[in-house]
Write a protein that binds this ligand. Structure first.
Ligand code: F6R
Length: 626
């Protein structure tokens, strides 16, 4: 999703730091990039379709968009903004890339989000003589700011950029994280947020802003998160935050535990590979911090008094996070005895959900910024639910808005395909199920200890699954199946969402067609696909449904499908054409182990097909628009 960065520095050039910030945000997915710098004469803008490297090359070119300005001046500017765009309105070309400027060439703006009433605003501005230069919804904001500043200046002689921004945003419907600069002898930098995240920090060099805390970590670990409706004025040594009515408010910095190095590659070839291999440590951390004596210790937001009142749970999420949510449904019903539903956040928000009083709306999200998940949680809150979140990003919108929060402690996830966040979410759901079961009296202290011991044991299993032997085996299986006509992933019970997740990973990373299905559903349609050349990955671990899965597996074999078994069920492994054994463990925690070979399989197929593993086409890391 679009990335926003900006800086206003005391006495050193801002551009290099802004480009570094954009590079940190590359992982979010983008198709064009641009920067603007505030110079005494006006704004200087450079934009390019494609990667940041193309932008960097453009910055080294001779001609500036505004020919009156010198290249040297651009690189010397102390105030600038930058952007990586993931196209929504208009194709990813240079004209649609941000920043956009007003007609006077003094104001430049970058935006993440959507202006829902852009057509109406555009018509109005065109009638007033504004000539638009792009197809974007964003461009209306910069013209509105210019118009409102002119109006304010007409009324009182001069106006601060922050006031013009506040006035303009009153007319904008939609979602935004924006950074706006005004050129002049004393450049001004303003940030505003409604929806997508935006944070700021100040260090000895100056003030910085970014749409993702990772881009601020090289500058400071003390970060201020803007709230919806905030407009912030940044100066080299301080910042001020205003509400839409102009009232000044305090927003104190929060200490971030992540380190800039956590977002590095640590010797691996790809972030995805590194993150797959981090899973034993992530699981160890997530569990160690939450295992209490005879209970899971999730913190104060998960007290008996709130949880004992619950009658139902509604799990919400998107993509991989929803797959963790489907597992959460099995765990909460199976362990805590609470009726539980799960739904795509994007569907939930547009049906008319009937939620009984005493429902816990539990949103699962790596980023905590997914627009659909946030909207679904807000709807559930409006409907009177207690809200909970299993989330990986401290300070994210979800974490700030939910009543009860369980942080998964997976560290920054940079690979676009979610891996370590998924297993941490499943571990989080397991811990929440134990806590709910204890609060409701469904699980006693001894039972909780046994369950928690099983979760603690998963770390050792993960180390086996990520050991050289299994990794080599997965490589071999990937090689022998790379030319399959198609892939079907099957699983049942608590492992059926693992099949969905395996198929999703393969689609995302290697662009081959893959379907994930509950194994029992196969005979109701997908079985028609089975023929020689079709590879079927069957996830089966020992437990209540193992025998059922075995018979589904036989049905595939009987029709000539190539069967690859992943799991601990010995009989299934013996029946398979190829096999990836996974250590035996309790059925409830088996998804955490079983998903790992599927992540590795997607990674290896992606490599064999020459795909861009960490930047899969069309995908964004965090989907902050609908
Ligand atoms: C797939 C993937 C996505 C996300 C989904 C929700 O690998 O990463 O399907 O899981 O976009 O994102 P979060 O978890 O940030 O809400």
């Amino acid at each position: 999703m679009c990335g926003v960065v900006g800086a206003i520095l005391r006495d050193q050039p801002a551009l290099e730091g802004i480009l570094d910030g954009l590079r940190v945000l590359e992982y979010r997915g983008y198709d064009s990039a641009g920067v603007a710098a505030a110079l005494p004469e006006g704004v200087a803008i450079r934009r390019r379709a494609g990667r940041i490297e193309a932008l960097r090359a453009a910055l080294e070119d001779a001609a500036l968009e505004d020919a009156a300005l010198e290249d040297g001046a651009l690189s010397e500017a102390r105030c600038g903004v930058g952007h990586t765009r993931w196209a929504t309105h208009g194709p990813p070309n240079e004209l649609n890339a941000h920043p956009h400027s007003d007609q006077s060439g003094r104001i430049a703006l970058v935006h993440n989000g959507i202006v829902e009433n852009h057509q109406e605003l555009r018509r109005e501005l065109e009638e007033q003589g504004v000539e638009f230069r792009s197809d974007t919804d964003t461009e209306v904001i910069v013209h509105l700011i210019a118009r409102e500043l002119e109006r304010l200046e007409g009324e009182s002689g001069e106006a601060a950029l922050a006031d013009g921004v506040r006035e303009a945003l009153k007319l904008v419907e939609g979602y935004y994280a924006i950074a706006v600069l005004r050129a002049g002898p004393e450049p001004e930098l303003v940030a505003a947020r409604q929806g997508p995240p935006l944070c700021i920090c100040v260090n000895e060099v100056g003030a910085w802003l970014a749409s993702d805390v990772l881009a601020l970590l090289p500058h400071s670990r003390e970060v201020v998160y803007l709230e919806d409706g905030d407009v912030a004025r940044l100066a080299p040594s301080h910042y001020e935050v205003f509400r839409p009515d102009g009232e000044r408010v305090e927003r104190s910095p929060e200490e971030i535990e992540w380190r800039a190095e956590d977002a590095g590659m640590a010797g691996f070839s790809h972030h995805m590979q590194k993150e797959i291999h981090e899973q034993p440590a992530v699981l160890g951390r997530t569990v160690a911090a939450r295992v209490g004596d005879g209970d899971a210790d999730l913190g104060s937001g998960w007290s008996d008094s709130e949880l004992a009142k619950l009658e139902r749970v509604q799990v919400l999420g998107c993509g991989t996070a929803l797959h963790a949510g489907l597992i959460a449904q099995f765990l909460i019903e199976g362990l805590a005895g609470l009726p539980t539903d799960s739904d795509y956040a994007s569907e939930f928000r547009y049906r008319s959900p009937r939620l009984v009083p005493g429902t816990l709306a539990l949103a699962i999200s790596q980023s905590g910024e997914t627009a659909d998940t946030l909207a679904a949680l807000r709807l559930a809150k409006e409907l009177g639910c207690h809200t909970g979140a299993i989330c990986n990003v401290p300070g994210s919108s979800l974490v700030r808005e939910a009543d009860s929060v369980l942080l998964t402690d997976a560290g920054p996830e940079i690979g676009v395909a979610s891996t370590k966040a998924f297993t941490a979410q499943v571990a989080g759901a397991y811990l929440a199920a134990v806590r709910l079961g204890r609060a409701r009296g469904e699980i006693d202290a001894l039972g909780a200890d046994t369950l928690l011991e099983a979760l603690r044991g998963v770390r050792a299993g993960l180390e086996v699954v990520l050991g050289d032997e299994t990794v080599a085996l997965v490589k071999e299986v990937a090689r022998s199946n790379q030319d399959a006509k198609g892939f079907l992933f099957l699983g049942r019970g608590v492992n059926y969402p693992v099949a969905l997740e395996g198929a999703l990973k393969l689609k995302e990373i290697s662009y081959v067609h893959a379907e994930g299905y509950p194994a029992g559903e196969m005979k109701h349609g997908p079985i028609a696909l089975i023929e020689p050349g079709m590879s079927v990955l069957v996830v089966n671990s020992e437990g209540g449904v193992a025998e059922k899965v075995r018979s589904n597996l036989e049905q595939v074999k009987a029709r000539g499908g190539r069967v690859i078994v992943v799991g601990s069920d010995e009989e299934s492994l013996a029946l398979a054409d190829e096999r990836i054994p996974v250590p035996a463990t309790s059925e409830w925690v088996s998804p955490i182990l079983n998903v790992v070979p599927l992540q590795l399989f997607a990674y290896e197929i992606g490599l064999l097909k020459g795909c861009d593993i960490d930047k899969p086409r069309n995908l964004a890391k965090s989907v902050t628009v609908e």
